[in-house]
Structure formats: C-alpha cells, structure tokens
Design a protein around this ligand. Structure first.
Ligand SMILES: [Zn+2]
Length: 294
C-alpha cells in the first residue's frame, strides 16, 4: 500500500517536473546555442550590400538614402550580434525601414522582433510565413510532437513578430532605389522566400540572389511539398545570379569568399560565383531525386 502510494507520488512529481526541466533545458540551449551563431566580422559584399550575420546564421544589410533593409533576423539571441555588426559598419539600426525573411524557423526569424523594436522597421512576409511569424514559430506543417515542444517553449519558439505587409509571389518591395523582388519558393516551408535584387557596385550592376533553404526536414512535411520543390528549383534556375547567398553561411562559402576578398585586387570578384549557384541548385535537385532530407 505504502509502496504504491510512494510510486504514484513519484509519477506525479515526474509528470510535473519533466516539462519544467525540458523548458529550462530548451531556454538554456536557445541562450547558448553555438551552432552557427558565434560573432563574425561584418563586411561589404558589393556596393551597398553587406553581411551582418553570425558565423553560420546569415543576415544581410542593404543600405540606401531612403532607408535600409535587413534580410533575416537569426535566433532571438543573434539579433544583438546583427545590431552590433550594423553599428560596426557605421550604419544606424534606426535607419532600417524594412525587414524581410527567408523562412520562419527560429534560426532565421527568432531575432526579427528585437530588430523590429530597435528599428521601428516594417516587416514584410509571404502569406504562409506571415502566419508562422505572427505565432512565434508555430508552423501547422510540423509534426505534432515537434509542435508540442514549440508550444512548451522547449525548441523553436520566439517572440511573435508583427507582420506589417504580406506580399505575393513576384512582388517587388521598394525602399528608395532599393528594389527587392520576392520569389516564393516553397518546399522547406510553405512560405519560403528567395529574393533577387540588383546591386550597383561602381560602374557595374550585379544581380544578387538570396536562396531560401532548399532541403526538407523529417519533422516538417505537407502534401504538395514534392511538387513545390520541383517548381521552386525551376524558378531558382531561371534567376540570373552573379552573387548568391543563402541563410546558412557555410552553404555559400561566406568565410572563404570573405578571406579571398581581403586580398583580391577587386574585393567584389570572389563573391561573383554563378557556377557556385548552379552547383547549389544541382545539389538540391539530386537531394530531391534521391529523397534525402536534412
Ligand atoms: Zn528552416
């Protein structure tokens, strides 16, 4: 009798404590995650286009006389690195007018609210991304156990962002002379957005493409996903890309290109990499054909 009573109490205690422990562990991971968010030196890529992200979690600044644009916000804890990078480049966070995002997972959207509060900028998102951003990371396409962990705040949750505008596929956002065209390239998430924009560098204009993540996660599936990925790859193949980037810096060779740029006669040249862009799309296509996930 006593034995049963003790065991029951133990089970109740565990049921109460386990979520608490998971929440605390999750908070700790979020606060200290080193996966790609060590500080990195900010630098000019070309013209008015700058890298302001962490070592692997990308973020970009596009500056202009009518205000600046920041693309992606990193984890909640990456936002302070992004702001320090913007300041180090001698730009003012308060001059950022527009925030855009590649996809609403916590590693690229978590810091948007902090950036929004510091700058007063307006956040633009695709319909599908907007819903997830506004909910603080709750994506209906995620497997239920993963969603449950997000609801508990163990993983992937971030302060809900205020989405000011929703764009459609092919829309162009203007901030003075800056013109960013949104290409909704679903697959990784439904609202995954790639961006194309021209950058003037001296006498030359270079076409930049920021590709949304092209891989799929085992934890996030939806019925039209395979067809979406096929279509997205076709769209991406057609975009003219002199310079290309994506939201994980390792994938586009940030550090290698940054080092090469420091010693290059023309510092922009190492970033001009249309072959690398094609190779990235080819690799995404073979991942799709082989049914691999990441
Ligand atoms: Zn993601």
């Amino acid at each position: 009798m006593l034995h049963n009573f003790t065991r029951r109490r133990l089970v109740i205690l565990l049921a109460v404590l386990l979520p608490l422990v998971l929440v605390l562990v999750g908070r700790r991971l979020n606060a200290t995650k080193v996966g790609g968010q060590q500080p990195a030196e900010p630098f000019r890529i070309a013209g008015n286009f700058y890298y302001v992200g962490a070592n692997d979690i990308s973020a970009f600044l596009i500056t202009g006389p009518a205000g600046h644009v920041v693309l992606d916000g990193g984890y909640p804890t990456t936002a302070r690195l992004i702001m320090a990078s913007i300041a180090k480049l001698r730009f003012d966070i308060k001059d950022v007018r527009v925030l855009v995002n590649s996809e609403p997972h916590a590693d690229h959207a978590g810091g948007l609210t902090v950036l929004q509060q510091a700058s007063g900028a307006e956040l633009w998102a695709s319909d599908a991304s907007a819903d997830v951003l506004a909910s603080g990371g709750d994506d209906p396409d995620m497997l239920l156990p993963v969603r449950a962990l997000i609801w508990l705040g163990v993983i992937g949750r971030y302060p809900p962002a205020r989405v000011d505008h929703r764009f459609k596929d092919g829309d162009t956002i203007h901030v003075g002379p800056i013109a960013l065209t949104a290409h909704i390239t679903p697959g990784h998430t439904r609202g995954c957005t790639s961006w194309s924009f021209p950058i003037r560098d001296g006498e030359r204009v270079v076409n930049v493409v920021s590709v949304c993540d092209t891989g799929v996660l085992a934890t996030q599936r939806y019925p039209e996903q395979a067809a979406d990925r096929e279509r997205s790859l076709r769209v991406l193949r057609k975009l003219p890309a002199d310079i290309w980037v994506t939201n994980h810096a390792r994938a586009w060779g940030r550090y290698r290109k940054f080092l090469a740029s420091a010693t290059s006669e023309n510092p922009v040249e190492p970033f001009v990499d249309p072959e690398g862009y094609r190779a990235f799309i080819d690799a995404a296509e073979s991942e799709l054909r082989q049914g691999r996930m990441h």
